[in-house]
Design a binder for this molecule. Structure first.
Ligand SMILES: Nc1ncnc2c1ncn2[C@@H]1O[C@H](COP(=O)(O)OP(=O)(O)OP(=O)(O)O)[C@@H](O)[C@H]1O
Ligand SMILES: [Mg+2]
Length: 221
């Protein structure tokens, strides 16, 4: 069964066509990578599939749930690490995780246990007591992903998870993705790097601007 299946997805902003009939299929427990230049529509696709914005047309099922008819069930199944950090700078790493646990309605004790596990897993045990404002870009990215994992989502959207990371931090992030997939999670990731898609993805799609109509078309191939 597919974790994500999409047919005929369309989205325009005014007369600017961003997605013009996007089709894709992601089997469970695999990594799907969406490549594309700046402005190609990667974040738009992630935002639609994670229920943050509506498409103009098309259908999508996420973890077996219809995106438009069952958005709450979709939200319960997914985690999203956006292109720009959701980390609260005024809170420590641990407090950011506990806040997510609260938002995910975890019992207090379960939330504390999950936060401790994730700080350990993401090598943030010491940093966890410090305000996120003192973190480096790589630490912040790791905390951001850890926050996404608090609710143990089955499908995870990662929008450019390694942009701006140094080669070592990038490799660490790749290992985290591989470990998640080994645990049965499905990953939908966007990237600007062909090498990253090549390393991680079972399937790759490129959002391409096809100038076959006066307005231009976006499609995945
Ligand atoms: N809220 C909005 N209103 C108008 N246009 C928008 C809006 N959001 C995105 N766009 C436009 O849609 C297009 C696709 O944007 P999107 O953010 O999806 O690209 P992207 O592939 O994620 O790019 P990047 O690699 O820079 O993150 C761009 O031309 C952008 O200007
Ligand atoms: Mg983007």
């Amino acid at each position: 069964m597919s974790a994500i299946s999409v047919t005929g997805l369309r989205k325009s902003y005014g007369d600017h066509v961003v997605l013009d009939g996007l089709d894709l299929d992601v089997p469970r427990g695999t990594v799907f990578s969406l490549l594309g230049a700046n402005g190609a529509g990667k974040t738009t696709t992630v935002r639609i599939l994670s229920t943050l914005i509506n498409a103009d047309a098309g259908q999508a099922r996420i973890d077996g749930h219809d995106l438009t008819r069952e958005p709450d069930a979709v939200r319960a199944a997914i985690g999203v690490t956006g292109q720009f950090s959701a980390v609260d700078n005024l809170l420590t790493g641990e407090e950011n995780l506990l806040l997510m646990a609260d938002l995910d309605h975890l019992a207090r004790r379960d939330g504390r246990r999950r936060a401790a596990e994730l700080l350990e897993q993401f090598d943030l045990v010491e940093a966890g007591r410090k305000p996120a404002s003192t973190y480096s870009g790589g630490m912040r990215r790791r905390l951001d992903l850890a926050m996404t994992l608090v609710g143990s989502p089955r499908v995870i959207f990662l929008d450019e998870p390694t942009t701006g990371l140094d080669p070592r931090s990038r490799r660490n992030m790749w290992q985290i993705v591989r470990d998640l997939v080994a645990g049965g999670v499905t990953i939908f990731l966007t990237t600007q790097y062909l090498e990253e898609a090549d390393e991680l993805a079972d399937r790759i799609a490129v959002l391409d601007n096809v100038k076959s109509s006066p307005r231009g078309r976006r499609r995945a191939c």
